[in-house]
Ligand binder design. Structure first.
Ligand code: AMP
Length: 473
């Protein structure tokens, strides 16, 4: 097995990798680092999750001389999120070499970034638009830039940035070294590589390497009308630490987010119609672990790299096998395991088949109870073998009135937790949770109402003592 030391890295970099806890190179790193250290151009075909950032970032950090106070390397990213992630990663690899990494991206004051560039910036990581802007103002100068990376080039293409990318490449010295990373290789990206890279080495990690090893993959056949219900069941069963639920459209994303919130689940939605500020807020909440479930579109979730994501749910079948692999890459990060569940409607069998062919294996049918996580000791054991769960639209429901609300710091998730963990209800048996200012309402199956009231009346949640009673009709 190759180690980082075998790749010929210097002591400060090896030390930094130890600090971040990387024990051995991932396949893309093993392939890309040696040619990059030799000064060759490369084309890397690899998705998020493969360790591609370190594959180009480690040689880049080896290359930069902290004594020279000029911009020696530039990394271009399609999105602000990826820009920030790459910056953080590069800073950690260069931490023991005193290398200054500056992030430049739109939506933030350009003045601050100009000041950062004036006072340093051995390495600049930037989104295409902002880099163009800084170049045209003369705040960013590339004449000493000998290392350029295009990260997620196919996404730059999708976002319409390719012409700007070409302009930026033309303004860096032609003697520079160039690394192009892309999950897919559509013809315009190949053409770009032909024009701007010199005799590149191709490195590629097969999709299989990315997924099969670390992610357990399941499918569920489901009718379109039953999907939300099924999702609630999957989440209740799987109990993810964090899950990303992928939905094809922005409208679908909002709609599903609402359905889940109405069930009292702590979820946030992320899609392109949100303002940058809103997106940042959602990202922060999710990354900080305050939100367990994120409902997102592919575009919005681009480059999300969160090591605590344990589950990916494809609520809508991905539009292509590449997208599937990309989505699945969000869980089962290097050295960790994850689970992925794909919903398939009868008319989508073909798409499923294409995915299975692409990854070279069949997805396993998901079954409830197949994944048994030990319940925390404070929770009552769940009773999966109990009589059938009451489903939406079945049997009578009783609305309960709870004498605590937002003013007491209560959130829907707190109530769902109390009603499931403390009163032994299934997640699906708690619905329509509405937390108001001073009190809350929720529905439970009528036959459980009395027992639940007895179990929870007087129970403390956060700072509130819950008074629980049946609401008058
Ligand atoms: P990337 O594909 O660059 O987005 O990296 C995916 C994740 O893998 C990030 O959280 C990295 O910190 C992590 N990672 C990258 N290389 C290694 C490695 N050699 N060992 C362990 N984790 C790694």
């Amino acid at each position: 097995m190759t180690s980082f030391a075998d790749l010929g890295l210097s002591a400060p970099i090896l030390h930094a990798l130890e600090d971040v806890g990387y024990e051995q190179p991932s396949p893309i790193q093993e392939q890309a680092i040696p040619p990059l250290l030799k000064g060759q151009d490369i084309i890397g075909q690899a998705q998020t999750g493969s360790g591609k950032t370190a594959a180009f970032g480690i040689p880049l950090m080896e290359y930069v001389d902290p004594e020279i106070r000029e911009t020696q390397a530039l990394v271009l990213t399609p999105t602000r999120e990826l820009c920030i992630q790459v910056t953080q990663a590069l800073r950690s690899y260069g931490a023991r070499k005193n290398i200054d990494v500056v992030a430049v991206f739109g939506g933030a004051p350009i003045r601050t970034q100009q000041a950062q560039l004036r006072s340093g910036g051995h390495v600049v990581v930037g989104t295409v638009g902002r880099v163009m802007d800084l170049l045209s103002r003369g705040s960013l100068v590339l004449h000493s830039c000998r290392y350029v990376v295009l990260d997620e080039a196919d996404e730059m293409l999708d976002l319409g940035f390719i012409e700007d990318v070409e302009r930026i490449l033309s303004s860096a010295p032609s003697s520079r070294q160039t690394a192009l990373f892309s999950a897919t290789m559509p013809p315009p990206i190949r053409a770009l590589a032909e024009r701007y890279l010199y005799d590149p080495v191709m490195v590629k990690v097969a999709a299989q390497n990315l997924t099969v090893d670390t992610v357990e993959q399941f499918r569920i056949e489901v009718a379109s009308g039953d999907k939300a219900e099924k999702l609630a069941e999957v989440l209740a069963q799987e109990r993810p630490t964090q899950a990303i639920v992928f939905v094809r459209t922005k409208i679908g994303c909002d709609r599903l987010g609402r359905v889940l919130k109405d069930r009292g689940m702590n979820v946030r939605v992320l899609h392109g119609d949100l303002s940058q500020g809103q997106r940042d807020g959602v990202m922060l909440a999710f990354k900080g672990g305050r939100v367990p479930v994120l409902v997102a579109t592919d575009v919005a979730a681009r480059g999300l790299d969160i090591s605590t994501v344990t589950h990916v749910v494809n609520y809508d079948v991905p539009t292509s096998p590449d997208v599937y692999v990309h989505r699945i890459g969000r869980t089962g990060r290097v050295g960790r395991s994850g689970r992925a569940v794909t919903f398939v409607e009868a008319r989508q069998k073909r798409e499923l088949q294409e995915i299975e062919e692409h990854i070279g294996m069949a997805l396993t049918e998901w079954k409830p109870g197949g994944h048994v996580t030990p319940a925390p000791v404070t929770e009552r054991p769940r009773r999966h073998d109990k009589p059938k769960i009451t489903r939406t639209g079945e049997g009578p429901w009783t609305t309960l009135l709870i004498s605590a609300g937002r003013a007491d710091g209560l959130e829907p998730g707190d109530l769902v937790h109390a009603f499931t963990a403390e009163a032994g209800l299934e997640g699906e048996a708690v619905r329509d949770v509405r937390v108001l200012e001073r009190f809350s309402l929720l529905d439970v199956p009528a036959r459980d109402a009395e027992r639940v009231i007895t179990a929870l009346d007087g129970h403390r949640v956060k700072d509130a003592r819950l008074g629980v009673e049946a609401a008058r009709a």
